[in-house]
Write a protein that binds this ligand. Structure first.
Ligand code: SF4
Ligand code: SF4
Length: 364
């Protein structure tokens, strides 16, 4: 492992740029930390921390010269690989007045994303399984963005009160699935390379090796971060556990409070539902686009002339049973990586850990 001092953060960004990457990094925008193109390492969220609770997110000054002392913002990697809105194909007139169907693939340059969290690497792995299908039939729009993505992960030393990645096994540290891995300590970051591209970048940066004290400080930071998480998914959450309780009276509780706004599915880094939309044009230049969808909309269950899940508690039940039960059969694990975003960004603060505990009869 190597040491990158805070004052040398521009060495990381310059090396990435020289290697041909456009850099995407966390920045403060309108009261949240979001990923955007990063022009200068000075634009990282220096001295910012985030207070998160159910239905509550507030940024405040930390007074500490550090740039990764926050858990996560509303976005994971999902919007960078699975666009919220994307044309799939267009119809165009040819010179003879006929119509031609043209597939539209994104023109995506290589991108290096700085500040990716371990839970979001786990979510990306799940999205890969869904969209790339083990390589047998990759979805071309997702694949073209995904294959040019370089991950500069930051291990989580400062989980929010909404985080529970330790209970899902997806954080706060990370052993694999990254190109570069940073762990921020006082004065700088411990750096590790996890791929051939990462090792080339580390060699180019010419960083010194970490001291024994820095390596031990990293371990201590991650142990504290793990111990600081008080939320968890219930022990009894195994395949079939929620499906066996479809008639549990507790489903009505979150259903009564839920606004069916879809925030939870929009911020969830593993949700992948989408719907097609035709955009016809009288000139013959029509297109078909793909839009993010949510199981909280009435249209999501519109089948054969009727909405199957009119009642909101049925939509909440659909979301939770798919995410925390159906995924075991589809992908061999639950669809939750413990990022806590759906708790923090839910306007009424519905907490899936508490609701699942109540349905499985466990105390939180
Ligand atoms: S269900 Fe909630 S906590 Fe779990 S991955 Fe999705 S947003 Fe994160
Ligand atoms: S659970 Fe919360 S975020 Fe999700 S749809 Fe209901 S009100 Fe919106």
């Amino acid at each position: 492992m190597y040491w990158l001092a805070h004052q040398q953060m521009d060495r990381l960004t310059a090396t990435l740029e020289d290697a041909g990457y456009r850099i995407v990094g966390p920045q403060v925008r309108e009261g949240a930390i979001v990923y955007d193109l990063l022009a200068d390492p000075a634009d990282l969220p220096w001295g910012v921390e985030v207070e998160q609770g159910p239905g509550r997110v507030r940024l405040r000054e930390s007074g500490v010269a550090a740039c990764f002392q926050w858990a996560n913002g509303p976005q994971g990697l999902k919007p960078l690989v699975f666009a919220p809105e994307e044309p799939l194909w267009r119809v165009e007139r040819d010179g003879d007045g006929g119509l031609r169907f043209r597939a539209t693939l994104p023109d995506c340059p290589p991108r290096a994303v700085i500040g990716v969290r371990p839970c979001d690497v786990a979510a990306l792995r799940l999205q890969d399984r869904h969209f790339l299908g083990g390589g047998a039939a990759p979805e071309p729009h997702y694949a073209s963005r995904r294959e040019r993505l370089l991950l500069v992960v930051v291990e989580c030393g400062h989980p929010a009160s909404t985080c529970f990645c330790a209970s899902t096994g997806d954080g706060p540290g990370l052993r694999e699935g990254y190109d570069l891995r940073l762990t921020e300590l006082e004065g700088g970051c411990v750096v590790a390379a996890g791929s051939a591209a990462g090792r080339r970048l580390v060699r180019t940066m010419g960083l010194p090796e970490v001291t024994a004290a820095q390596a031990s400080a990293r371990r201590a930071l991650l142990a504290r971060a793990r111990a600081a998480q008080s939320r968890r998914l219930p022990e009894g959450l195994v395949e079939g556990a929620l499906f066996r309780r479809l008639d549990h009276p507790h489903w009505q509780g979150p259903g009564d409070r839920c606004l069916a706004c879809g925030n939870c599915t929009a911020v969830c880094p593993t949700c992948f539902c989408h719907r097609p939309q035709e955009r016809p044009s009288l000139e013959g230049e029509s297109e078909r686009v793909r839009l993010w969808d949510s199981c909280f909309t009435p249209e999501h269950s519109y089948i054969a002339g009727r909405v199957l899940r009119e009642a909101v508690h049925l939509r909440y039940r659909q979301w939770l049973t798919h995410k925390l039960d159906g995924w075991y059969r589809q992908y061999g694990r639950s669809g939750c990586v413990g990022c806590g975003r759906c708790i923090a960004w839910c306007p009424v603060g519905i907490d899936l850990t508490a609701e699942t505990m109540a349905i499985l009869g466990e105390a939180s």
